[in-house]
Design a protein around this ligand. Structure first.
Ligand SMILES: NC(=O)c1ccc[n+]([C@@H]2O[C@H](COP(=O)([O-])OP(=O)(O)OC[C@H]3O[C@@H](n4cnc5c(N)ncnc54)[C@H](O)[C@@H]3O)[C@@H](O)[C@H]2O)c1
Length: 427
């Protein structure tokens, strides 16, 4: 392969200032570019990924050459906020607990807000952070229903108008191996993509049993992964990564989904164990999406695309034509750090990245697959995102984020829907 160097750092650093829009963040960008400003940030959602995102952000600041300071931590549970903050010597007064904790963290003097709560809360928290003028890192997925997806798109537009960066936790889009295969495909290495399969087959990551005396709200916020209303189900929560790669590599969204799924083994919540969806991407191109959370079975996570002239395995082996692309260089092999590097550099350069629509679309595609499997119907993306008279356009899961703040939460029944039967929870 013949390559020409295209360094992401040089690209972001050199390509921006001429013609850059006058942005709310530009004074900040100048400060940061001069190295005189410490990047102050807060974290909302102090679990596994929240702890990871804080480390990734700080590591990214080191790579970029700016200082960073965690100024507040928020979680539904005070103890979790304090546990994360304790690692960074943060005063307990800057640790906020409860369902309105996000508001207190966002109100702190900070430039960046990192969000790693369960997905059901993302649209509300993201809107509050952009309203307050903060750059946002939002973990995937970004919603659990069509109403939430459209809210994230709207908020993304507001962020754009304010010159704020929005980067999301789809780390494959910031990883060298995926970036390289995407560039090869765009330059014809496998010809035209005619079909493929995307998979996340594994086990249930965890179950957090109800503690004695625990309120419905606290139980849901803790055992969120197993409730559709909180996670979107695993086709949304986990498999969105692979669907996002399909959308990215094909360069377009699917139009319809038809599929099936069910539950046989899970003992907690109301999620399915498995989904199998046929996504129609138009031009006679279909992608088979398959995801399963059942222990003791064959596991595979990844993507495969078959083209007229070759085959590509996600960010792995590509067999096809010899084409020339610029070399993709990243700062770190860790995509979860690189996404923060790219976010910070884009702000410094005065050209903030905005991935809100991209991840909202991918989340909506995953939700479309879930609805197809839950109902047994053929579902179109336009039903969710454009057609106001469709049965799905205004569909919103309950309880929703605001119910938690109002103290109006009733835990859903812990049984899954039966496809073909109208279930009032999801139709
Ligand atoms: N990009 C990736 O590879 C990746 C990997 C894992 C998780 N994630 C995503 O990160 C998010 C968090 O996942 P996790 O694995 O860290 O889960 P987790 O359960 O470990 O952490 C979630 C935290 O959010 C807190 N929380 C719940 N409701 C809240 C609210 N309303 N306000 C504030 N805090 C609240 C919980 O108490 C918990 O501490 C999810 O969206 C998940 O899909 C992304």
């Amino acid at each position: 392969m013949n390559t020409k160097k295209l360094n992401r750092r040089n690209f972001l650093g050199n390509s921006t200032l001429a013609g850059a829009t006058v942005l709310a963040g530009s004074a900040f960008a100048q400060n940061t570019a001069g190295g005189s400003k410490k990047l102050k940030f807060v974290i909302i959602g102090c679990g596994g990924r929240g702890n990871g995102a804080v480390k990734n952000f700080m590591e990214a600041c080191k790579i970029v050459g700016v200082e960073s300071e965690l100024v507040a931590a928020a979680d539904a549970f005070q103890a979790k906020a304090e546990s994360l903050a304790g690692n960074y010597g943060l005063d307990k007064k800057k640790c906020f607990g409860g369902f309105d904790a996000y508001q207190k963290a966002i109100a702190e003097d900070c430039d960046y807000v990192l969000m790693a709560t369960p997905p059901a809360f993302r649209p509300l928290h993201f809107a509050a952070a952009v309203e307050a003028g903060k750059h946002c890192f939002i973990e995937k997925p970004v919603a659990v229903d069509p109403v939430g997806c459209r809210s994230v798109i709207d908020t993304g537009e507001k962020a754009k108008a304010k010159g704020l960066a929005v980067v999301c936790g789809t780390q494959r889009r910031h990883s060298a191996s995926y970036l390289q295969n995407k560039a090869l495909i765009d330059n014809g290495a496998i010809g035209e993509i005619k079909g493929g399969v995307v998979q996340w087959n594994g086990r249930v990551p965890w179950v957090r049993k109800r503690e004695s005396g625990q309120s419905d709200a606290d139980y849901l916020a803790n055992n969120w992964l197993n409730f559709v209303e909180m996670s979107g189900d695993h086709i949304v929560e986990q498999h969105v990564h692979n669907l996002d790669v399909a959308i990215w590599f094909l360069g377009r969204l699917p139009t319809t989904a038809i599929g099936f799924g069910g539950r046989a083994r899970r003992t907690s919540g109301n999620s399915f164990d498995f989904f199998s969806v046929d996504y129609d991407f138009g031009n006679d191109v279909h992608i088979h999406s398959q995801c399963r959370q059942v222990a003791g079975c064959y596991n595979r996570v990844g993507e495969m695309f078959t083209g007229t002239d070759g085959v590509c395995l996600g960010g792995g082996k590509l067999t096809g034509k010899d084409v020339k692309i610029p070399a993709i260089t990243v700062d770190t092999k860790n995509g979860q750090t690189q996404e923060h590097v790219d976010m910070i550099r884009s702000v410094i350069a005065g050209k903030p990245l905005n991935e809100a629509k991209q991840i909202a679309d991918s989340t909506a595609v995953a939700i479309m697959g879930r609805i197809a499997c839950f109902t047994g119907k053929l579902v179109t993306l336009r039903d969710l995102m454009e057609r106001e008279d469709s049965e799905w356009y205004n569909f919103a899961c309950a309880p929703a984020a605001l119910d938690f703040e109002k103290g109006a939460v009733k835990a859903p029944e812990e049984v899954a829907v039966i496809p073909g039967e109208d279930d009032p929870r999801f139709s």
